[in-house]
Design a protein around this ligand. Sequence first.
Ligand SMILES: Nc1ncnc2c1ncn2[C@@H]1O[C@H](COP(=O)(O)OP(=O)(O)O)[C@@H](O)[C@H]1O
Ligand SMILES: [Mg+2]
Length: 233
Amino acid sequence: LQQFAYIASHDLQEPLRMVANFTQLLADRYGDKLDRDAKDFIGYAVEGAIRMQTLLLDLLALSRVGTRGQDFEAVRLDEPLGSALENLRFAIQEAGATVSHDDLPAVMADSSQIVQVFQNLIGNAVKFRSAEPPRVHVSAVRTGDEWTFSVRDNGIGFEPQYAERIFSAFQRLHTRDEYPGTGIGLAICKKIVERHHGRIWAESKPGSGSTFDFTIPAAGVPADYAPPGVSAA
Ligand SMILES: Nc1ncnc2c1ncn2[C@@H]1O[C@H](COP(=O)(O)OP(=O)(O)O)[C@@H](O)[C@H]1O
Ligand SMILES: [Mg+2]
């Protein structure tokens, strides 16, 4: 599956780009000769091609978790969290969301993969918002020999019976019309967390927000580790 996903998403990009480009060209060059229906049909074709492009890119990202991972190093998770928030700046602004967080500890991790985890979880928290302005909180709790990180929101929530299913690729509880997406984000999170020897799970109820938790082992961070910019005592 790993190899299939990789090859499929690689080799399908090119022909798909052709479909999208030439359909777009048709619209641009012959637009004034086409009637309303023909223009609508072209619009659907372009939309379909773009959606498939997004799917393939997501699938590629999923397959790269295992093949393109970096070595683990000590990282204070504030740092990848900061990058994720930066990447989500417009979505956060547009939704009028407030994202707060605890001081996060250092763990042994692939920082750019942790960016993806926070970005997917916080992106979901903002996307699946209720009528209230989204409030998202990221916390960290030490439990024995691991850290549990939580992303809690006040969004629409979901039925607890779906809490496991949503971590499989393409599993979505909402239609694309309601909330855009491909249903791969949480599958990527799960694969990344498992690569870090952790677990990920969700708790929710419709209307009372959701909490996504993941663990990362606490061991392995050098005792004298001081994050960049902070001098050791
Ligand atoms: N914070 C959340 N609140 C409510 N539902 C969520 C949340 N995060 C994920 N979900 C549900 O889990 C599904 C899968 O999430 P994900 O894999 O990120 O896919 P996508 O964001 O593309 O829909 C979503 O479609 C949604 O139904
Ligand atoms: Mg998502």
